[in-house]
Design a protein around this ligand. Structure first.
Ligand code: CP3
Length: 345
Protein backbone atom coordinates (compact mmCIF):
# COMPACT_ATOMS: atom_id res chain seq x y z
CA UNK A 1 0.00 0.00 0.00
CA UNK A 2 1.38 3.40 -0.97
CA UNK A 3 1.35 6.23 1.53
CA UNK A 4 1.61 8.96 -1.13
CA UNK A 5 -1.58 11.00 -0.89
CA UNK A 6 -1.89 11.72 -4.61
CA UNK A 7 -1.62 8.00 -5.45
CA UNK A 8 -4.23 7.18 -2.83
CA UNK A 9 -6.67 9.73 -4.28
CA UNK A 10 -5.99 8.40 -7.79
CA UNK A 11 -6.89 4.90 -6.58
CA UNK A 12 -10.28 6.29 -5.55
CA UNK A 13 -9.76 6.94 -1.86
CA UNK A 14 -11.68 9.81 -0.26
CA UNK A 15 -9.19 11.58 2.01
CA UNK A 16 -10.02 13.92 4.91
CA UNK A 17 -7.92 16.66 3.28
CA UNK A 18 -7.30 16.65 -0.47
CA UNK A 19 -3.68 16.46 -1.66
CA UNK A 20 -2.62 19.53 -3.63
CA UNK A 21 -0.39 20.62 -6.50
CA UNK A 22 -0.75 23.43 -9.02
CA UNK A 23 -0.57 23.64 -12.82
CA UNK A 24 2.50 25.70 -13.88
CA UNK A 25 3.74 25.54 -10.29
CA UNK A 26 7.27 25.99 -11.64
CA UNK A 27 6.94 29.26 -13.49
CA UNK A 28 7.49 32.95 -13.88
CA UNK A 29 5.58 34.02 -10.74
CA UNK A 30 8.51 32.58 -8.73
CA UNK A 31 11.70 34.69 -8.46
CA UNK A 32 13.82 31.53 -8.17
CA UNK A 33 12.36 30.27 -11.48
CA UNK A 34 13.19 33.56 -13.20
CA UNK A 35 16.75 33.37 -11.91
CA UNK A 36 17.29 29.80 -13.13
CA UNK A 37 15.67 30.61 -16.46
CA UNK A 38 18.03 33.54 -16.92
CA UNK A 39 20.93 31.18 -16.22
CA UNK A 40 19.65 28.70 -18.86
CA UNK A 41 19.05 31.38 -21.51
CA UNK A 42 15.72 30.87 -23.24
CA UNK A 43 12.77 28.66 -22.28
CA UNK A 44 13.62 25.76 -24.62
CA UNK A 45 17.23 25.67 -23.40
CA UNK A 46 15.83 25.32 -19.88
CA UNK A 47 13.57 22.44 -20.96
CA UNK A 48 16.50 20.54 -22.52
CA UNK A 49 18.93 21.21 -19.64
CA UNK A 50 18.18 18.24 -17.37
CA UNK A 51 19.96 19.63 -14.28
CA UNK A 52 18.24 23.04 -14.48
CA UNK A 53 14.85 21.58 -15.48
CA UNK A 54 15.03 19.31 -12.42
CA UNK A 55 16.03 22.32 -10.32
CA UNK A 56 12.98 24.41 -11.37
CA UNK A 57 10.72 21.37 -10.84
CA UNK A 58 12.01 21.12 -7.27
CA UNK A 59 11.71 24.85 -6.46
CA UNK A 60 7.95 24.87 -5.72
CA UNK A 61 8.32 21.62 -3.75
CA UNK A 62 10.95 23.22 -1.51
CA UNK A 63 9.01 26.46 -1.12
CA UNK A 64 5.52 25.01 -0.60
CA UNK A 65 5.73 21.25 0.00
CA UNK A 66 3.18 20.40 -2.72
CA UNK A 67 2.09 16.74 -2.76
CA UNK A 68 3.16 16.35 -6.40
CA UNK A 69 5.92 17.64 -8.65
CA UNK A 70 5.26 17.93 -12.38
CA UNK A 71 8.17 17.39 -14.73
CA UNK A 72 9.37 20.72 -16.16
CA UNK A 73 9.05 20.49 -19.96
CA UNK A 74 6.47 21.55 -22.56
CA UNK A 75 3.76 19.80 -24.57
CA UNK A 76 5.31 21.14 -27.80
CA UNK A 77 8.71 19.42 -27.44
CA UNK A 78 7.27 16.34 -29.13
CA UNK A 79 6.64 18.43 -32.29
CA UNK A 80 10.34 19.20 -32.45
CA UNK A 81 11.16 15.51 -31.87
CA UNK A 82 8.90 14.71 -34.86
CA UNK A 83 10.94 17.11 -37.00
CA UNK A 84 8.99 20.39 -36.82
CA UNK A 85 10.85 23.64 -36.12
CA UNK A 86 9.89 25.14 -32.75
CA UNK A 87 10.81 28.43 -31.11
CA UNK A 88 9.23 30.83 -28.62
CA UNK A 89 8.71 34.52 -29.47
CA UNK A 90 9.27 36.54 -26.30
CA UNK A 91 6.00 37.91 -24.95
CA UNK A 92 3.99 36.12 -27.66
CA UNK A 93 4.30 32.35 -27.37
CA UNK A 94 5.24 29.33 -29.46
CA UNK A 95 5.97 29.31 -33.19
CA UNK A 96 6.33 26.17 -35.33
CA UNK A 97 6.74 25.22 -38.96
CA UNK A 98 3.21 24.41 -40.23
CA UNK A 99 1.65 21.11 -41.35
CA UNK A 100 -1.01 21.81 -43.97
CA UNK A 101 -0.47 19.21 -46.72
CA UNK A 102 0.27 15.50 -47.21
CA UNK A 103 3.82 16.53 -48.18
CA UNK A 104 4.34 18.39 -44.88
CA UNK A 105 3.11 15.33 -43.01
CA UNK A 106 5.33 12.98 -45.01
CA UNK A 107 8.37 15.12 -44.15
CA UNK A 108 7.92 14.44 -40.43
CA UNK A 109 9.86 11.68 -38.69
CA UNK A 110 8.23 8.39 -37.67
CA UNK A 111 6.97 8.10 -34.07
CA UNK A 112 9.80 5.71 -33.24
CA UNK A 113 12.44 8.39 -34.01
CA UNK A 114 11.60 10.82 -31.20
CA UNK A 115 13.81 9.53 -28.41
CA UNK A 116 17.21 11.03 -29.33
CA UNK A 117 15.77 14.51 -29.13
CA UNK A 118 13.77 13.77 -25.97
CA UNK A 119 16.56 11.96 -24.08
CA UNK A 120 17.27 15.03 -21.88
CA UNK A 121 13.63 14.98 -20.73
CA UNK A 122 13.96 11.35 -19.62
CA UNK A 123 17.15 12.35 -17.79
CA UNK A 124 15.24 15.14 -15.98
CA UNK A 125 12.71 12.53 -14.83
CA UNK A 126 15.52 10.27 -13.56
CA UNK A 127 17.07 13.14 -11.59
CA UNK A 128 13.70 13.98 -10.06
CA UNK A 129 12.93 10.37 -9.14
CA UNK A 130 16.25 10.41 -7.28
CA UNK A 131 15.94 13.82 -5.61
CA UNK A 132 12.28 14.33 -4.69
CA UNK A 133 11.17 13.91 -1.06
CA UNK A 134 9.76 10.42 -0.61
CA UNK A 135 6.20 11.68 0.04
CA UNK A 136 6.08 13.68 -3.22
CA UNK A 137 4.52 12.09 -6.32
CA UNK A 138 6.27 12.65 -9.66
CA UNK A 139 3.91 13.46 -12.56
CA UNK A 140 5.02 13.14 -16.19
CA UNK A 141 2.93 14.62 -18.99
CA UNK A 142 2.27 15.15 -22.67
CA UNK A 143 -0.20 17.14 -24.74
CA UNK A 144 -3.20 15.20 -26.06
CA UNK A 145 -3.04 14.67 -29.85
CA UNK A 146 -5.74 17.20 -30.80
CA UNK A 147 -4.14 20.03 -28.81
CA UNK A 148 -0.65 19.26 -30.14
CA UNK A 149 -2.07 19.04 -33.67
CA UNK A 150 -3.67 22.50 -33.35
CA UNK A 151 -0.20 24.00 -32.78
CA UNK A 152 1.47 21.90 -35.51
CA UNK A 153 -1.13 22.84 -38.13
CA UNK A 154 -1.36 26.56 -37.31
CA UNK A 155 2.30 27.00 -36.41
CA UNK A 156 1.25 28.94 -33.30
CA UNK A 157 -1.42 29.21 -30.62
CA UNK A 158 -4.84 30.20 -31.94
CA UNK A 159 -7.99 31.46 -30.20
CA UNK A 160 -10.44 29.24 -32.07
CA UNK A 161 -8.13 26.53 -33.52
CA UNK A 162 -9.37 27.64 -36.94
CA UNK A 163 -6.52 26.22 -39.06
CA UNK A 164 -6.87 22.76 -37.46
CA UNK A 165 -10.63 22.76 -38.02
CA UNK A 166 -10.02 23.88 -41.62
CA UNK A 167 -7.59 21.02 -42.34
CA UNK A 168 -9.99 18.56 -40.71
CA UNK A 169 -12.74 19.78 -43.06
CA UNK A 170 -10.63 20.02 -46.24
CA UNK A 171 -8.44 16.92 -45.95
CA UNK A 172 -9.68 14.60 -43.24
CA UNK A 173 -7.24 11.83 -44.21
CA UNK A 174 -4.16 14.02 -43.67
CA UNK A 175 -5.63 15.43 -40.46
CA UNK A 176 -6.42 11.94 -39.10
CA UNK A 177 -2.95 10.68 -40.09
CA UNK A 178 -1.36 13.55 -38.14
CA UNK A 179 -3.51 12.68 -35.09
CA UNK A 180 -2.40 9.04 -35.41
CA UNK A 181 1.27 9.99 -35.67
CA UNK A 182 1.07 12.19 -32.56
CA UNK A 183 -0.88 9.47 -30.73
CA UNK A 184 1.81 6.86 -31.43
CA UNK A 185 4.65 9.21 -30.50
CA UNK A 186 2.84 10.22 -27.29
CA UNK A 187 2.47 6.59 -26.18
CA UNK A 188 6.22 6.01 -26.58
CA UNK A 189 7.12 9.38 -25.03
CA UNK A 190 5.02 8.80 -21.91
CA UNK A 191 6.15 5.19 -21.65
CA UNK A 192 9.79 6.36 -21.53
CA UNK A 193 8.88 8.92 -18.85
CA UNK A 194 7.36 6.11 -16.78
CA UNK A 195 10.45 3.90 -17.27
CA UNK A 196 12.56 6.85 -16.08
CA UNK A 197 10.50 7.21 -12.87
CA UNK A 198 7.25 9.11 -13.51
CA UNK A 199 4.60 7.64 -11.18
CA UNK A 200 1.55 9.28 -12.81
CA UNK A 201 1.06 10.79 -16.26
CA UNK A 202 -1.24 13.61 -17.30
CA UNK A 203 -2.60 14.38 -20.77
CA UNK A 204 -3.26 18.09 -21.42
CA UNK A 205 -6.04 18.59 -23.98
CA UNK A 206 -6.16 22.36 -23.60
CA UNK A 207 -8.30 22.90 -26.71
CA UNK A 208 -10.70 19.94 -26.26
CA UNK A 209 -13.52 22.49 -25.80
CA UNK A 210 -13.48 23.46 -29.47
CA UNK A 211 -14.32 19.92 -30.60
CA UNK A 212 -18.08 19.34 -30.73
CA UNK A 213 -20.29 16.28 -31.24
CA UNK A 214 -18.68 13.48 -33.25
CA UNK A 215 -15.42 15.43 -33.52
CA UNK A 216 -15.13 15.37 -29.73
CA UNK A 217 -15.55 11.59 -29.76
CA UNK A 218 -13.19 11.03 -32.68
CA UNK A 219 -10.39 13.44 -31.77
CA UNK A 220 -10.58 14.02 -28.00
CA UNK A 221 -12.03 10.78 -26.59
CA UNK A 222 -10.63 8.16 -28.99
CA UNK A 223 -6.94 9.19 -29.15
CA UNK A 224 -6.94 9.67 -25.35
CA UNK A 225 -8.52 6.23 -24.87
CA UNK A 226 -5.94 4.66 -27.20
CA UNK A 227 -3.01 6.25 -25.36
CA UNK A 228 -4.39 5.19 -21.98
CA UNK A 229 -5.12 1.61 -23.05
CA UNK A 230 -1.63 1.16 -24.48
CA UNK A 231 0.11 2.76 -21.48
CA UNK A 232 -1.85 0.61 -19.05
CA UNK A 233 -0.98 -2.50 -21.07
CA UNK A 234 2.71 -1.59 -20.88
CA UNK A 235 2.63 -0.33 -17.27
CA UNK A 236 -0.14 -2.12 -15.32
CA UNK A 237 -1.63 0.07 -12.60
CA UNK A 238 -0.19 3.35 -13.95
CA UNK A 239 -2.54 6.16 -12.83
CA UNK A 240 -3.49 8.61 -15.57
CA UNK A 241 -5.04 12.09 -15.33
CA UNK A 242 -6.86 13.52 -18.36
CA UNK A 243 -7.58 17.25 -18.78
CA UNK A 244 -10.11 17.84 -21.59
CA UNK A 245 -10.20 21.57 -20.88
CA UNK A 246 -13.54 23.32 -21.43
CA UNK A 247 -15.17 20.05 -22.52
CA UNK A 248 -18.42 21.15 -20.79
CA UNK A 249 -20.95 18.32 -21.21
CA UNK A 250 -18.06 16.27 -22.62
CA UNK A 251 -16.75 15.90 -19.06
CA UNK A 252 -19.71 13.61 -18.33
CA UNK A 253 -18.56 10.01 -18.77
CA UNK A 254 -15.06 11.07 -19.93
CA UNK A 255 -13.29 8.87 -17.37
CA UNK A 256 -15.31 5.81 -18.37
CA UNK A 257 -14.95 6.47 -22.10
CA UNK A 258 -11.16 6.93 -21.95
CA UNK A 259 -10.08 4.78 -18.99
CA UNK A 260 -8.60 7.81 -17.18
CA UNK A 261 -8.28 7.44 -13.40
CA UNK A 262 -8.88 11.14 -12.82
CA UNK A 263 -10.43 13.97 -14.80
CA UNK A 264 -9.06 17.47 -14.30
CA UNK A 265 -11.72 20.20 -14.35
CA UNK A 266 -11.33 23.77 -15.63
CA UNK A 267 -13.20 26.87 -14.40
CA UNK A 268 -16.03 26.82 -16.92
CA UNK A 269 -17.94 24.36 -14.73
CA UNK A 270 -18.83 24.81 -11.06
CA UNK A 271 -17.41 22.47 -8.41
CA UNK A 272 -20.98 21.43 -7.46
CA UNK A 273 -21.75 20.46 -11.06
CA UNK A 274 -18.46 18.57 -11.41
CA UNK A 275 -19.06 16.74 -8.12
CA UNK A 276 -22.49 15.61 -9.30
CA UNK A 277 -21.57 14.71 -12.90
CA UNK A 278 -17.87 13.83 -12.98
CA UNK A 279 -16.77 12.82 -9.48
CA UNK A 280 -19.51 10.15 -9.51
CA UNK A 281 -17.14 8.16 -11.78
CA UNK A 282 -13.98 8.62 -9.69
CA UNK A 283 -11.24 11.06 -8.79
CA UNK A 284 -11.43 14.67 -9.97
CA UNK A 285 -8.74 17.34 -9.95
CA UNK A 286 -9.38 21.06 -9.70
CA UNK A 287 -10.66 23.71 -9.91
CA UNK A 288 -9.95 27.00 -8.12
CA UNK A 289 -9.84 29.92 -10.59
CA UNK A 290 -6.20 30.99 -11.19
CA UNK A 291 -7.03 34.71 -10.73
CA UNK A 292 -7.27 34.14 -6.97
CA UNK A 293 -3.48 33.67 -7.03
CA UNK A 294 -3.29 37.30 -8.22
CA UNK A 295 -6.03 38.84 -6.08
CA UNK A 296 -5.76 36.81 -2.82
CA UNK A 297 -7.56 37.89 0.37
CA UNK A 298 -10.94 36.82 1.72
CA UNK A 299 -12.22 35.73 -1.68
CA UNK A 300 -9.30 33.32 -2.10
CA UNK A 301 -10.01 31.72 1.29
CA UNK A 302 -13.76 31.52 0.66
CA UNK A 303 -13.46 30.02 -2.83
CA UNK A 304 -10.73 27.58 -1.79
CA UNK A 305 -12.98 26.29 1.01
CA UNK A 306 -15.93 26.10 -1.41
CA UNK A 307 -13.93 23.88 -3.81
CA UNK A 308 -12.82 21.58 -0.97
CA UNK A 309 -16.38 21.34 0.40
CA UNK A 310 -17.96 20.62 -2.98
CA UNK A 311 -15.65 17.67 -3.61
CA UNK A 312 -15.53 16.35 -0.03
CA UNK A 313 -17.76 13.37 -0.76
CA UNK A 314 -15.30 11.60 -3.07
CA UNK A 315 -11.73 11.34 -4.30
CA UNK A 316 -10.27 14.78 -5.05
CA UNK A 317 -6.91 16.34 -5.86
CA UNK A 318 -6.94 20.09 -5.24
CA UNK A 319 -5.57 22.21 -8.12
CA UNK A 320 -6.34 25.34 -10.11
CA UNK A 321 -8.63 25.18 -13.13
CA UNK A 322 -5.70 26.21 -15.37
CA UNK A 323 -2.08 27.28 -14.94
CA UNK A 324 -1.00 29.96 -12.45
CA UNK A 325 -0.20 33.21 -14.27
CA UNK A 326 3.11 35.15 -14.15
CA UNK A 327 1.50 38.07 -12.28
CA UNK A 328 0.48 35.86 -9.32
CA UNK A 329 1.75 36.65 -5.81
CA UNK A 330 3.69 33.72 -4.27
CA UNK A 331 2.15 34.60 -0.86
CA UNK A 332 -1.31 33.80 -2.21
CA UNK A 333 -0.16 30.27 -3.05
CA UNK A 334 0.86 29.84 0.60
CA UNK A 335 -2.58 31.07 1.70
CA UNK A 336 -4.32 28.60 -0.66
CA UNK A 337 -2.27 25.66 0.62
CA UNK A 338 -2.82 26.60 4.28
CA UNK A 339 -6.56 26.92 3.65
CA UNK A 340 -6.75 23.51 1.97
CA UNK A 341 -4.69 21.79 4.67
CA UNK A 342 -6.71 23.41 7.49
CA UNK A 343 -9.96 22.22 5.93
CA UNK A 344 -10.51 18.92 7.78
CA UNK A 345 -14.21 18.19 8.22
O1 CP3 B 1 2.95 22.87 -15.07
C1 CP3 B 1 4.19 22.87 -14.97
O2 CP3 B 1 4.79 23.59 -14.13
C2 CP3 B 1 5.00 21.93 -15.84
C3 CP3 B 1 5.55 22.45 -17.04
C4 CP3 B 1 4.63 22.86 -18.18
C5 CP3 B 1 4.87 23.99 -19.00
N1 CP3 B 1 3.94 23.98 -20.01
C6 CP3 B 1 5.94 24.96 -18.80
C7 CP3 B 1 5.87 26.25 -19.51
C8 CP3 B 1 3.48 22.22 -18.67
C9 CP3 B 1 2.75 21.01 -18.13
C10 CP3 B 1 3.07 22.92 -19.84
C11 CP3 B 1 1.93 22.53 -20.67
C12 CP3 B 1 1.58 23.33 -21.84
N2 CP3 B 1 2.41 24.01 -22.68
C13 CP3 B 1 0.26 23.44 -22.35
C14 CP3 B 1 -0.95 22.75 -21.78
C15 CP3 B 1 -1.47 23.41 -20.55
C16 CP3 B 1 -2.12 24.73 -20.79
O3 CP3 B 1 -1.52 25.74 -20.36
O4 CP3 B 1 -3.21 24.76 -21.39
C17 CP3 B 1 0.31 24.28 -23.49
C18 CP3 B 1 -0.87 24.68 -24.33
C19 CP3 B 1 1.67 24.62 -23.70
C20 CP3 B 1 2.25 25.42 -24.81
C21 CP3 B 1 2.88 26.65 -24.34
N3 CP3 B 1 4.04 26.70 -23.58
C22 CP3 B 1 2.44 27.97 -24.56
C23 CP3 B 1 1.20 28.36 -25.33
C24 CP3 B 1 3.37 28.81 -23.92
C25 CP3 B 1 3.40 30.31 -23.98
C26 CP3 B 1 2.39 30.92 -23.11
C27 CP3 B 1 3.00 31.25 -21.78
O5 CP3 B 1 2.44 30.91 -20.74
O6 CP3 B 1 4.07 31.93 -21.83
C28 CP3 B 1 4.33 27.99 -23.26
C29 CP3 B 1 5.47 28.45 -22.45
C30 CP3 B 1 5.68 27.80 -21.12
N4 CP3 B 1 5.53 26.49 -20.82
C31 CP3 B 1 6.13 28.47 -19.95
C32 CP3 B 1 6.26 27.52 -18.95
C33 CP3 B 1 6.78 27.71 -17.53
C34 CP3 B 1 6.50 29.94 -19.85
C35 CP3 B 1 7.85 30.04 -20.48
C36 CP3 B 1 8.78 31.07 -19.92
O7 CP3 B 1 9.46 30.83 -18.91
O8 CP3 B 1 8.85 32.13 -20.58
Amino acid sequence: MTDKLILRALKGETLPTPPIWMMRQAGRYLPEYRATRAQAGDFLSLCYNSELAAEVTLQPIRRYGFDAAILFADILLICQALGADLWFETGEGPRLSTITSPADLAALKPATAIHDRLAPIYETVRLLARDLPRETTLIGFAGAPWTVATYMIAGRGTKDQGPAHALKAADRATFAALIDLITEATIDYLSEQVKAGAEVVKLFDSWAGSLKGEDFTDFAVKPTARIIAELKARHPGLPIIAFPREAGQGYIGFAKATGADCVAIDNSVSPAWAAAHVQVDGCVQGNLAPHHMVTGGEALVRETRAVVEAFRGGPHIFNLGHGITPDADPENVTLMIETVRASRP
